[in-house]
Ligand binder design. Sequence first.
Ligand code: HEM
Length: 508
Amino acid sequence: MSPYVLAAAAAGVLIVFLFAVKNRRRSKLPPSPPSLPLIGHLHLIGRRAHRSFHELHLRYGGRGGGLLFLQLGRRRTLVVSTAAAASDLFRNHDLAFASRPRTVAGDKLMYGCRNVSFSPYGEDWRRGKKIAVVHLLSPRRVESFAPVRAAEVDALVARARLAAVAGEAVELRELLYGYTNAVVTRAATGTAGATAEKLKQLLGNSSALVAGFQPEDVLPDAPARFVRWATGIDKKLDDMAEAWDKFLSEIVASHEEKERGGAGREDDEDFLDVLLRLREEGAGGLELTDDRIKATVEDMIAAATETSSQTLEWTMAELVANPRVMAKLQDEIARVATTDQPAIAESDLNKMEYLRAVFKETLRLHPPAPLLVPHESTAPAVVQGYEVPAKTTLFINVWAIGRDPAAWGDAPEEFRPERFVVGDGDAPVDFRGTDYQFIPFGAGRRMCPGINFAMPVLELALASLLRHFDWELPGGMRPADLDMDEAPGLTTPRRVPLVLVPRCKTLA
Ligand code: HEM
């Protein structure tokens, strides 16, 4: 046989062998739709990524046990879309997926990812998170902000009353954002007013810059840098980072000045006071540099404000769309908060079981972070028999999991808070990270540490707004006319802001 024929035969065998190996490797990845060169599956993802992932899961993920593997430009991506798969992932692979993908925007806006939310998994993140859980968001610290919540709810009710007396419609987003922003800004920095206004502006501009896919997601380093420079993204991020830094540095300086005048009582401290005191005390091994302190305060404000105001706006929308639920909740509030009380006491909130159920139902259907915050794996993992390589980005589609018929029955789209009310002795499904069909705050190591802070802020506001007012749709609109779609972005506000008319109620 001629050497050419031999070489061709050998090459053929080698190609078939390599193809078989590649296919065997591929077959160990979770299912995946057909992809294009370079961009992979990016062209299949719309502006509301959670909806695109859900559609792809329904179409291609059937045999994948709730897992779907996508190549989004350069990013290997695992999408989890069912409660069963989320349970397996958090129970058995939480550590492998406990890091975060690094982004240029996160680096620039959060002091090199020195905040808790974007920090890669490691000792600094662990210590930063401990500070958040033990010192900033502990039940005792949250309790110390009760007067702040009471004052800001009073202001919220007063603003709604002005509109009610004038017979005017109110844009709820503006009203509710003003409230959550003021509570969080006061808890973080001790003041609201102009500080809260400035923060609103900074937060709004920053969200627009970090939303959506970034050039480095799609392109190799050098071209991505070029695109960032050519499109002006880098300049915008640098300007934004400078504006944040100027603002935060002034607040830190004024707190340091105050501290030099003598330490106040620990019970009256805001987040910045706590962080500066911990720096003095040694901070459990974490070097609390100025940058880390500023990143932590910025992180808390960013993580708390929009998530809370969006939850309130969605809840009001669902209540107006479901008058039966609205009436039942108003009855509960009237039963618990009697007429002799001018304002609702926080201790009464625990007696409002249906109120908590209403919020849970809202968070099931409208989780503010529909894909959580992206995780990244630091080691290879075998999930449900599939091999997932290290450095894979993980999206947990809690928006889809909240609609998973296997977990929620045959009418998962229906707003029915009774799902979360159970008979004596049974524990209702909760969002504390162990009922994997309902994880709007995440689960495992990277779970949200802010639940205790968020819930009284939400519950006190809603109970007060429903106690003092009836809420009507403007201009003959009917509940069925309400647009219940969400806008694109990292969090999911309503696409169309909710506008309602408050009518003063006489307290029965
Ligand atoms: C309705 C209100 C809120 C919702 C729905 C919410 C939801 C979430 C979610 C989904 C995550 C990501 C979990 C993951 O990646 O697995 C998260 C992380 C985080 N949240 Fe919240 N959150 C809320 C309020 C708050 C508040 C009030 C604070 C602080 C005052 C806060 C601070 C944080 C922090 C620091 C992280 C990062 C945790 C980490 O990476 O280890 N959140 N939150």
